[in-house]
Design a protein around this ligand. Structure first.
Ligand code: SF4
Length: 314
């Protein structure tokens, strides 16, 4: 008989370790190194100097069942997304800049976050999907502790831009079931130009390795709904700015040939992209097809719900 699935954090709840992780995470807000930017500011006093513009309270832009995510997350009943405002990256082509760079949303307490999680569970969602969580990991842990004590049982999805510190990932070990990091770039100068952070590729690759060490390849239940594992998102950019060949080589050789990857076609110029050619255009069908071919040739598990781009034959 198949083993009954239990969300990872429940064991840490029973042992008292989850409570200890909350305390450790909050203490790190006082000289913040929660993400790999390591701003070293006291977020318990204010958000001044914080690269993510976020103080002691997380800011949430929306929460609800979402059906636009990958099939293993959506299943029949949707993924229970909680979208955090602000971000630890400054991507010049961000498609949600009002939320990620202007901070539209509401400040919340951990009790509010817990209520959102429990409501999403009541609505039948398959998981709790934290979108842009890297700068608010302590607040997520605090909300989770309250929610788990009140009956939360769903697996957690850490839906991150991929600029995550190993120290914070250690706090999430045994807490997060499904890591869903972006792999945006493979080249430091491209990362500097378009996200203002040259260390992105090195930090991102180290983070993905640690995520995979914690949760392994993606596993699903008999309905095809994700239970645990790594799911990588890779957005194809014009002129191969995303470095697809290097990303898929890294995943095949240094993570696992069974890595689940969504090669995403939905890039369109947003925010400041119009001033930054070649980001001022969508990738061509040929560019997208080439990225998919590279991932396929590497033997990776391709997300099956790939859109068929028809907009820009060149
Ligand atoms: S979480 Fe925010 S304040 Fe902390 S290191 Fe990252 S960007 Fe800086």
């Amino acid at each position: 008989m198949a083993e009954r699935f239990e969300a990872a954090y429940l064991q840490l709840l029973r042992s008292g370790e989850l409570k200890r992780r909350v305390a450790e995470a909050y203490s790190r807000l006082e000289a913040c190194d929660i993400c790999a930017r390591e701003c070293d500011v006291n977020r318990r006093e204010s958000a001044e100097g914080a690269g993510c513009h976020t103080g002691e309270r997380a800011v949430v832009s929306s929460a609800g069942p979402h059906f636009g995510e990958e099939d293993p997350l959506v299943g029949r009943s949707g993924s229970g997304t909680i979208f955090f405002s602000w971000c630890n990256l400054q991507c010049q082509f961000c498609q949600n800049a009002e939320i990620s760079q202007l901070g539209y949303g509401q400040e919340v307490e951990p009790e509010d976050l817990a209520r959102m999680m429990l409501e999403l569970q009541e609505q039948g969602c398959h998981n709790i999907n934290f979108v842009s969580p890297s700068h608010v990991a302590p607040q997520i842990l605090a909300g989770l502790l309250i929610a788990a004590q009140a009956g939360l049982r769903l697996p957690l999805v850490y839906n991150t831009g991929g600029y995550d510190s190993l120290k914070t990932l250690a706090l999430l070990d045994g807490v997060v079931d499904i890591y869903m990091p972006d792999m945006k770039y493979a080249d430091a100068s491209v990362a500097q130009r378009f996200s203002k952070i040259s260390s992105y590729p090195a930090v991102n690759q180290a983070a993905v390795k640690e995520m995979h060490r914690q949760v392994g390849d993606l596993t699903t239940d008999e309905r095809g709904v994700a239970q645990r594992g790594l799911l990588v998102r890779h957005l194809v950019l014009p002129d191969d700015l995303a470095g697809t060949a290097e990303i898929v080589r890294f995943l095949r050789d240094e993570i696992s040939p069974d890595t689940y990857i969504n090669v995403m076609a939905q890039y369109r110029p947003c925010h400041r992209a119009h001033e930054l050619p070649p980001l001022d255009r969508r990738p061509t069908n040929k560019e997208y097809a080439e990225a998919v071919r590279l991932a396929d040739d590497a033997g990776l598990r391709l997300d099956q719900r790939r859109p068929q781009p028809v907009w820009a034959w060149r």
